[in-house]
Design a protein around this ligand. Structure first.
Ligand SMILES: Cc1ncc(COP(=O)(O)O)c(C=O)c1O
Length: 386
């Protein structure tokens, strides 16, 4: 079977080899602890599950959903954005349901990019920011996120020849994989650039509800002028322990959302309405307490991991958001992959090499905090000993 040339352009999955090694170790009876994937280990909050159970029993949810989303869901998203971020949205034109942020981010590339166009993508970053443009026949232009700049792209370093061809820009704060949060002024700078260069900003807001030490993450759309140039993709996956439900929303620029809707109506048939009704429940103020309790758990885990790394001589700063710790590889290792292999071999702990998220991630590794406390403590003890 021959795959399309388009598909062949996608780089091989960096974790494939790692997965084989893990499988071989487990088969040999080794107790491998994975701190690799960012998938919450705790269940979806009980009121959301109860709302879904009621919704599944309601036959009105059993038909094809509309691609725009059920009005209850769109209103709940708009109410949440007003309450949480101070952003006003028209639920009819400025909110639409998505089958997870991943679907939405990928389809935005198909909706807005032609061959020869450029998409500006954070490096390291969520892989769809480069895979989407590549599959759409366009070119990703990487914006390095480096510690010296607080993991924020240098917008002035984008060559003007590339900027002229740029149609999309992907940004994401709180940031996966670096854990960085947006510094004051960044979103304003992005709005100014997007207006000047005529590009659509896609702010991937997957982690705004997962923050620590009292930090409250803003919406990109709260920035003056943002709605004229951008959309935000808000996912319920991480903040509400709902990765399996595939529940997200795209909000912001009405024209952009209309194009996304036109594309999607040719690709999929929308998000199961029972999931939308559960998502509407998740976004109500009564659920805030659950989110706060979850964040207290992650914050405790973050502190555990960071102090163990610091004790081992790794210079790591505590992230204010996301479910990841991003730390530099010890100097004696030639690469992140070499270090991660060593840790797997000698401590049976899986951590992710930074370059799996883009070339600028070389020299770093990522630890996910989504492992139960006892297993995380065990992994951390092994790392400390190593
Ligand atoms: C930055 C970022 N965006 C999007 C996603 C995917 O979100 P969803 O589950 O809504 O597709 C992830 C998941 O890890 C992520 O880290």
């Amino acid at each position: 079977m021959r795959a399309s040339k388009r598909l062949e352009l996608i780089p091989p999955y960096l974790f494939a080899q790692l997965e084989q090694k893990i499988a071989a170790k487990r088969a040999a009876g080794v107790d491998v602890i994975s701190l690799g994937i960012g998938d919450p280990d705790m269940p979806t909050y009980e009121p959301i599950v109860a709302a879904a159970q009621r919704a599944v029993a309601d036959p009105s949810t059993h038909t094809y959903p509309s691609n725009r989303g059920r009005v209850e869901f769109r209103r709940a998203v708009a109410d949440f954005y007003r309450r949480r971020f101070g952003v006003t949205l028209d639920p009819d034109t400025e909110v639409m349901a998505a089958i997870g942020a991943k679907e939405c981010i990928f389809n935005l590339s198909l909706a807005f990019l032609d061959p020869g166009d450029v998409a500006l993508a954070a490096d390291p970053g969520y892989p769809v920011y480069t895979g989407g443009p590549t599959l759409a026949g366009a070119e990703p232009l990487l914006m390095p996120l480096i510690p010296e700049r607080g993991f924020v792209p240098d917008l002035r370093a984008i060559p003007s020849s590339q900027l002229e061809r740029a149609r999309l820009m992907f940004i994401n704060y709180p940031n996966n994989p670096t854990g960085a949060v947006a510094p004051d002024g960044l979103f304003e700078e992005v709005v100014e650039l997007a207006a000047r260069a005529g590009l659509l900003v896609v702010h991937d807001n997957a982690y705004s509800e997962t923050t620590y030490d009292g930090y409250v993450a803003p919406s990109f759309l709260a920035t003056p002028g943002a709605k004229e140039v951008g959309v935000e993709v808000f996912s319920l996956s991480k903040g509400y322990n709902m990765t399996g439900w595939r529940c997200a929303a795209i909000v912001g620029n009405a024209d952009a959302i209309e194009h996304y809707w036109r594309l999607k109506s040719n690709i999929d048939s929308g998000l199961f309405e029972a999931v939308q009704l559960a998502g509407a429940t998740a976004l109500g103020p009564e659920l805030d307490e659950h989110v706060r309790s979850m964040n207290a758990i992650y914050q405790r885990r973050r502190d555990l991991v960071c102090s163990a790394l610091q004790q081992a001589g790794v210079s790591v700063s505590k992230p204010k958001g996301t479910i990841y710790v991003w730390a530099p590889v010890p100097e004696r290792f030639e690469s992140a992959v070499a270090y991660c292999d060593y840790v797997l071999e000698h401590a049976a702990v899986v951590i992710s090499p930074g370059d799996a998220y883009g070339a600028s991630g070389e020299g770093f590794f990522r630890i996910s905090l989504t492992t139960p406390d006892d297993r995380l403590s065990e992994a951390v003890a092994r790392l400390r000993e190593l």
